[in-house]
Design a protein around this ligand. Structure first.
Ligand code: ADP
Length: 375
């Protein structure tokens, strides 16, 4: 089988790490020849994943295509699909997910609980919805990593609103943020992972670390699993998806958003679960039986990001100390240059003792730093 990946970042890199266990010839399309996945595939193709011709020409000789980022040329994927190339996730699913307005309408029309919303076309249009505040304004498309999201608490915040098509979503009183990874094969069989829980730094409002399985009551777990499965069944697409959800103070569960690909919230599955999210996606792409999703042990993930004030050739401070820990697994993404906040790697910690996970995660966050060499 010839399999192509659109995008060559760390997700593509880890997908290729899992591919070496299978009889598959791998292709990557990406416009940065020094990207994290470039040297790990059989065939690296230089090109823009947003360009119709680049994607179409890349895909037309392949058996199956997947994505590691959703900002891709969906028209080209649709044409390839119509010509018999398997595209997992389906272009129709990527199209819904790529536009927050369509995504929210999708949840509503399928009875999947998601925070109440209205759509706005420009900043001016928000004046009609003052009684909807406090709310979160989210750009319909183009937002990424929190950049297309703005909290609007009172009328005074309206100058921060986006001046383009967006959704205005009621603010949820969030108790916990969780994510569930689900996979579906082309026979419609599904596999579901235990939820991961994101723990935020209340001061920085940044993702601090992540623990899986999430500590939630059974009632919350059942609802979250049901919603995650419903999302993937209604998207009606083979592939692997991450469904991000909020648990509110009344233990109600709300779907926030879905990613149609391997996801940061599933990196712990490499060591923590029998079949990792990357292994699972290959099983779907190559028509093998779905893998076993149970956790072997509980796990935590610490994201390794570029330190503030450091830009230049990446240097990893404290790496030796972290590598001495016996229940800890370091993943560096092979990015030459660091800059503040850039995702440079992650560290997985395994332990069935939650306190130990939290303790080690905090320790690693303090010890391991990505700085610029000489800087
Ligand atoms: P992105 O796709 O850029 O990560 P999200 O939609 O996930 O954007 O929102 C980023 C963060 O903003 C969420 O993780 C959550 O903490 C907060 N947030 C988003 N929507 C809401 C909401 N309706 N109520 C409260 N907080 C929200």
């Amino acid at each position: 089988m010839k399999a192509g990946i659109l995008g060559g970042g760390q997700l593509g890199r880890m997908l290729l790490q899992a591919a070496i266990n299978y009889p598959v010839e791998t292709y990557v399309l990406e416009n940065d020849p020094a990207c994290p996945a470039a040297h790990l595939c059989h065939h690296f193709v230089l090109g823009d994943i947003r360009d119709f011709d680049a994607v179409y020409n890349f895909g037309k000789e392949l058996d199956v295509i997947t994505i590691e980022i959703e900002a891709v040329n969906v028209d080209a994927l649709e044409k390839l699909e119509s010509e018999g190339v398997k595209v997992y996730p389906k272009p129709s699913a990527i199209r819904v997910i790529n536009n927050k307005i369509l995504q929210k309408e999708f949840y509503y029309s399928h009875g999947i609980p998601s925070p109440e919303f209205v759509t706005t076309q420009n900043a001016e249009g928000l004046k009609d919805y003052l009684n909807f505040l406090p709310a979160v304004h989210k750009l319909a498309s183009g937002g990424y990593d929190g950049r297309g999201v703005q909290m609007l608490v009172t009328e005074k915040d309206l100058d921060k609103a986006f001046d383009g098509p967006a959704v205005l979503e009621k603010r949820v009183n969030i108790k916990q943020e969780i994510a569930i990874i689900v996979a579906m094969n082309d026979k419609g069989e599904t596999a579901i992972y235990p939820p991961a829980e994101m723990l935020f730094d209340p001061l920085l409002n940044q993702l601090d670390f992540q623990i899986s399985p999430a500590l939630v009551p059974d009632k919350v777990l059942w609802k979250a699993e049901a919603f995650a499965l419903k999302v993937i069944m209604q998207l009606n697409s083979p592939g692997l998806f991450a469904v991000e959800m909020f648990v509110d103070n009344n233990d109600e569960v709300w779907v926030n958003e879905t990613a149609p690909r391997v996801h940061n919230s599933g990196h712990h599955t490499i060591e923590g679960n029998y079949s990792s999210q990357f292994d699972m996606l290959w099983r779907v792409l190559l028509h093998y039986p779905l893998g076993h999703t149970d956790a072997i042990q509980s796990s935590a993930i610490v994201n390794v990001v570029g330190a503030e004030g450091h830009k230049g050739l990446a240097h990893y401070e404290g790496l030796n100390e972290v590598l001495k820990l016996d229940n800890v697994f370091v993943h560096l993404y092979g990015k030459k240059e660091t800059k503040p906040g850039r995702k440079m790697g992650h560290v997985t910690i395994l332990s069935n003792d939650r306190q130990e996970l939290i303790h080690q995660a905090n320790r690693i966050k303090h010890v391991l730093k990505v700085v610029a060499k000489g800087g």
